[in-house]
Design a protein around this ligand. Structure first.
Ligand SMILES: C[S@@+](CC[C@H](N)C(=O)[O-])C[C@H]1O[C@@H](n2cnc3c(N)ncnc32)[C@H](O)[C@@H]1O
Length: 248
């Protein structure tokens, strides 16, 4: 089974990343929405929403939000946040999203915190872009918050150890065949566990290529969560703001 179907669904993934910063997520969303200038009550899709930290905050800001994720555990966890204008569903981002959308198309789709680059087959990457373009209104936004491949290469730490929730994690990282591979091992309750994450280091050009193929224009690239401009050598993030071109 593909690594991203199992690892993200385990409690250990959430234990390892339990310090994921909600405040940072909220500050980022505030700045992002301010930049996009999307009116209240717009319809937003948080594609690969995880445990809903961005979706919940967007809903508090007055948007109608649909959070989608492949992880049944995460969606189950998020159900308690639901209201009239906030829904969560299990969904594979390679499938058409409009099947999940009852009435009108979306004003923006957000794919945040490196929730792309998981697929071995380029056809799957294309399916993601295709489903997003189908579900968006003309002129709608697609925000792809991805890693900066160059920064990952420049700052890679080969081995690291961390203790979270009483578990000692060993994390080894390497770059192989245009992928960053994170090898995660630990013991819990007398059992030895071993998982990995494998993310394709898509370059800016590759992402641009997909975007153009599916009718998007890139209007901006930010380099971090406080929305500094992107710098290829030194930016930790590569946050692309795409806009769906109007059909002629
Ligand atoms: C790095 S996490 C980011 C989660 C969330 N956006 C956040 O910032 O907290 C990646 C998420 O992608 C989800 N995911 C992985 N493969 C997916 C797929 N094929 N379709 C939808 N979601 C997927 C995982 O379950 C996980 O929640």
């Amino acid at each position: 089974m593909a690594w991203f179907k199992t690892w993200f669904d385990t409690p250990y993934y959430h234990i390892l990343y339990n310090d994921r910063d909600f405040a940072e997520a909220e500050n980022f969303i505030t700045l992002l929405i301010n930049y996009l200038n999307i009116p209240e009550n717009s319809k937003l899709i948080d594609l690969a929403c995880g445990k809903g930290r961005h979706s919940v905050f967007l809903n508090k800001m007055g948007f109608r939000v649909l959070g989608l994720d492949l992880s049944q555990q995460s969606i189950h966890h998020n159900k308690k946040f639901e209201n009239e204008a906030l829904k969560f569903k299990v969904h594979d981002m390679r499938d058409e999203i409009y099947a999940q959308v009852s009435d009108q198309k979306a004003d923006a789709v957000l794919n945040l915190f490196t929730s792309f680059g998981y697929f071995e087959d380029e056809k799957d990457d294309r399916k993601v872009f295709q489903s997003i373009t189908h579900v968006l209104k003309d002129g709608g936004y697609f925000v792809l918050d991805f890693l900066n491949a160059k920064w990952v290469e420049n700052t890679l730490v080969e081995e690291d150890h961390t203790t979270k929730g009483g578990i000692n994690f060993t994390i080894k990282k390497k770059i192989e065949d245009q992928h960053v591979i994170k090898d995660i091992s630990f013991d819990d309750d007398g059992e030895n566990y071993h998982f990995f994450e494998k993310v394709k280091l898509h370059t800016l050009d590759e992402i641009n290529h997909y975007a153009e193929e599916f009718g998007f224009e890139r209007i901006k690239i930010f380099g971090d969560y406080v929305l500094n401009d992107f710098n290829l050598e030194s930016s930790p993030r590569c946050i692309s703001i795409f806009r769906k071109k109007k059909q002629v």
